[in-house]
Write a protein that binds this ligand. Sequence first.
Ligand code: TRP
Length: 449
Amino acid sequence: MAGSREQWNTKAGFLLAAVGSAVGLGNMWRFSYMTAEGGGAAFVALYLGFTAVVGLPIMLAELTLGRGSGRSPIGALAHFASGRAGGDAWKGLGIVFVAAGFLILSYYGVIAGWTVRYAGEALLGFGADPGAHFGEISAGWDAFGFHLAFMAATVAIVYGGVGAGIERVSLVAMPALFLLVIGIAVYAATLDGSTAGYEYYLNADFANVLSTKVMVDAAGQAFFSLSLGMGAMLTYASYLGRDNDLPSESLIIAASDFGVAFVAGLMVFPLIFALGLQGDVGDSTIGALFVALPKAFASMGFAGRVVGFLFFLALVFGALTSAISLLEVLVSAGMDGFGWERARSAVVMGAAVTALGGASAWSTDILGVIDAVALNLFLVGGGLALAVFVGWVMRDPVAEAGSGSRWGRFWLACWRNLLRFAVPAVLVWVLANGVPPTLQSVADLLGGS
Ligand code: TRP
């Protein structure tokens, strides 16, 4: 069985695919409105802290489990749990991962659908009232239609396989995304009044950061942005050979992910502030990016059409390379668990998750609640379980992670101790503070208020 498993063609291909999974709507759409809500630079600093102290160790834990087992999440946990404390019960965690993948991809496809639509509308020129427009198109059959189109493209790529589908698309889309984001950030710097944007973005307001809510948000954002806590990185690593340097690759992936989020802020905030639209960010919601930026582009004439199109194109590339990683978790689970062929698994899983997206396409309130549940319960909880599993249950994770690596045992022992003590402590705190308000938001939604 192991002999027939697909593999990445090149190291660069794996790295770009993994960076492609991490870099997505989380870095541009979610990062911008979370930063606006959390007080600018102070939120960014917290998010960087979570990325380094919690995200990076869990990234390496996922890559280690994936490469070491050569299986999808359920199989990987079963493999390393066999004969250890908890035994087969750990398989349940793999099932939770797959469920989280269903939840996240279902609404991710809806937001990605908005970006596809906005790329087209940018070219034609945005209308006069983007707020009302967003209200009309963000929910209902329109939203579902674009979600469906986006998901069809996602299924087609995953259907193509690891090397010929996922890797090939990542090798083109990711470099294009880097160029677009950097180019637009440079363009934004040339606008009169952009300094107000930098001041807002880069000036820390630490009074705000000390709130529990902002800390919980920064943790959830770090997990989401790095694609951690549900086995996506694990699944990509399951197609790797033994000679990869996993600690170095974890660093590269985490640094690139933070880098793109940071530069995305350098394009979004100057654009918005140069045009005096900060009011639209202040009361930020899920729609901030889809309201404030079209206003900015609409007021910029022809340049606004071109830059607006390129901006939403970058979002589409980011969304696509992330969505394929989410779908790949479901597809590989179908292949390993049910013995399905890739083609069949891609179509069945893709159809199921697209249908589930109907709920988020129906109402942005539902979308917001699913997002909160997925992050604050599933991803953070999944991260905690992964840290405990690799730190305490798995046999000799240091040797497994260090194979093929130029990092010495000292650093890997530090990593294991982070997973044993610091990471669980932080995540228990985040869960304790994040779960009650999340459950409350579910109750509010079901109660119809
Ligand atoms: N990281 C992606 C983003 O920032 C989204 C994503 C892809 C993801 N795969 C994931 C999030 C797995 C959580 C888990 O847009």
